[in-house]
Design a protein around this ligand. Structure first.
Ligand code: ZN
Length: 169
C-alpha cells in the first residue's frame, strides 16, 4: 500500500472537475487502488476519499466512519431521505469549511472489492460522506454547494479536532 499525494484545487488539475469513468471490472489493479486510497485517507485524517482526489478519474470511493471501512466502485445513490445541515471540509480544498445541506439518510449501491454488488446504508456522517464522495466522481466540489455566506477559513486544529461537527472528506 502507498500514501499518494492528494490533488488540491490550487493544483488546477482538471481531474477534480471532470466526471470520472465507470470501472469496467473490479480486478487486482482496482483492489490495489482501493488499498492505496484507504492508506491515503487515513494518513490525511479524512473520513472518505474519491479516486479523482489522487488524480485517478475512475468511479471509486472509500470511507471510514465509526471504525467501519467501505470500498465501492461505481457507487450510486439509490435512496436519499431527510435533510441534515452541517459544516464540511475536503482534503482537496484545504483550509476551508462551509455549511452544506445533505440528505440525512442514504442507501448507495456499488461493487465491493470482490466485484460483488452491495448496498451501504448510512445516516448522519456516513450519509454526508457518501454524498460528498459521489459528488467528487461527478466533478462536483462541496464549495459549489455551500449555503451562501458560510464558506470560511478553518484552522488545521479546528478541522483535526472535528469542532462543531466539521468533517474533512
Ligand atoms: Zn472531498
Amino acid at each position: 500500500m502507498a500514501v499518494l499525494p492528494v490533488v488540491v484545487v490550487a493544483d488546477n488539475n482538471p481531474v477534480l472537475t471532470t466526471k470520472a469513468s465507470h470501472v469496467p471490472k473490479v480486478d487486482g489493479q482496482i483492489r490495489r487502488l482501493m488499498e492505496d486510497m484507504i492508506e491515503t485517507m487515513r494518513a490525511n485524517h479524512g473520513v472518505g476519499l474519491a479516486a479523482p482526489q489522487i488524480g485517478i478519474s475512475l468511479r471509486v470511493i472509500v470511507l471510514e466512519v465509526d471504525g467501519r471501512v467501505h470500498q465501492l466502485a461505481n457507487p450510486e445513490l439509490v435512496r436519499c431521505q431527510g435533510e441534515q445541515i452541517g459544516y464540511e471540509g475536503c482534503l482537496s480544498v484545504p483550509g476551508l469549511v462551509g455549511e452544506v445541506a445533505r440528505c440525512e439518510r442514504v442507501v448507495a449501491k456499488g461493487l465491493n472489492r470482490n466485484g460483488k454488488e452491495i448496498r451501504v446504508k448510512g445516516d448522519d456522517l456516513l450519509a454526508r460522506a457518501i454524498q460528498h464522495e459521489i459528488d467528487h466522481l461527478d466533478g462536483v466540489l462541496f464549495t459549489t454547494k455551500v449555503t451562501p455566506g458560510t464558506l470560511r477559513e478553518a484552522s488545521l486544529d479546528e478541522v483535526a479536532d472535528d469542532v462543531a461537527g466539521e468533517v474533512t472528506i
